[in-house]
Design a protein around this ligand. Structure first.
Ligand SMILES: N[C@@H](CCC[C@H](N)C(=O)O)C(=O)O
Length: 297
């Protein structure tokens, strides 16, 4: 046990299309949140459980976001379930905005959120849906080959601020159990890791996906992944808003619901879906306190 957090720790639990998060409000960046504590909080059996942690900090109080404080008061310090840091989380930023509204920091409407992937503008709709302007996708020509069991597929690289590899499959079952990251070739092309999406067609401009997330294994949804999938599918289908001048919208089914993704002619990608606060509470100080590992012999 490595945590050194000893003061009371309040938390909320939230999700967006069942991509679930432990929310840690910490306006002044006073909470010690080492990777080991993040992993314990996200543990589904011994902790609260989540695909990641949304650490809610004022931008001015965090060294990674101080330079964005004039544009966005709040910084989403995102951590994966294994404690690693990620640049962006599309579902997370929608749940983050929902939390800001829940806490009375903002009212329904527009809110700017600082992330390591830049400032994201989020719109809280009265109907409960939340839309985020995700920025542009970067699609290099190269890709990788992803393998599961006997099957292999070419996968397209898409960067949404964080790295994705998108593979088109005949059946989502072919992705297997996804407990472990599927191997890919050439090995070593993602020195910082990658999120891998498997995509199957469902109808015109409608696909379904599963994802193995960097730092979290299979999750029931991934917002940046759904955007990467929509853009990769559009290009496969010969649709490019920058060339046609018309927006292109894809419906992306995930295991935990549905996300709607629109790419605009200027490259801006908008994602809409639900964002829900489920519960709030305080972590038991005894659970938080440093413990000495004991071994039964
Ligand atoms: N679930 C998120 C993505 C979270 C970060 C990802 N695992 C990474 O390490 O890049 C989303 O909704 O985008």
């Amino acid at each position: 046990m490595t945590s050194t957090q000893t003061s009371p720790l309040t938390f909320l639990k939230g999700h967006g299309t069942e991509n679930d998060f432990v929310i840690v409000p910490d306006a002044e960046n006073a909470v010690d949140l080492p990777a080991a504590l993040v992993a314990r909080l996200c543990d589904r059996r011994a902790g609260i459980g989540g695909d990641g942690v949304l650490h809610v900090v004022r931008s001015a109080a965090h060294p990674d976001a101080r330079h964005l404080a004039d544009e966005a008061e709040w910084f989403m310090d995102y951590r994966n379930a294994d404690g690693s840091v990620a640049e962006m989380c599309g579902n997370g930023v929608r749940v983050f905005a929902r939390y800001l509204e829940h806490a009375g920091h903002v009212t329904a409407g527009e809110v700017a959120v600082a992330t390591r992937g830049g400032v994201k503008r989020v719109h809280l709709d009265k109907d409960g849906s939340v839309t985020v302007r995700m920025g542009r996708a970067v699609l290099p020509e190269d890709g990788v080959t992803v393998t599961v069991g006997e099957r292999s597929w070419p996968a397209r690289n898409v960067n949404m601020g964080n790295p994705h590899a998108v593979a088109f499959v005949d059946s989502l079952d072919h992705a297997g159990k996804l407990d472990d990251e599927p191997p890919y070739e050439p090995a070593g092309v993602y020195p910082d890791g990658v999120n891998i999406e498997f995509v199957a067609d469902r109808g015109p401009r409608h696909v379904a996906m599963r994802v193995h997330e960097r730092g979290a294994a299979e999750t029931r949804s991934c917002g940046t992944g759904a955007c990467a999938v929509a853009v990769a599918t559009a290009r496969r289908d010969g649709a490019d808003p920058a060339l046609s001048g018309a927006p292109v919208t894809y419906t992306v089914d995930v295991l935990g619901g549905t996300l709607v993704i629109t790419e605009h002619p200027d490259g801006e990608i908008e994602m809409t879906g639900p964002a829900v606060i489920v519960a709030e509470g305080t972590v038991d100080p005894a659970w938080l306190a440093p413990r000495i590992e004991t071994v039964n012999d």
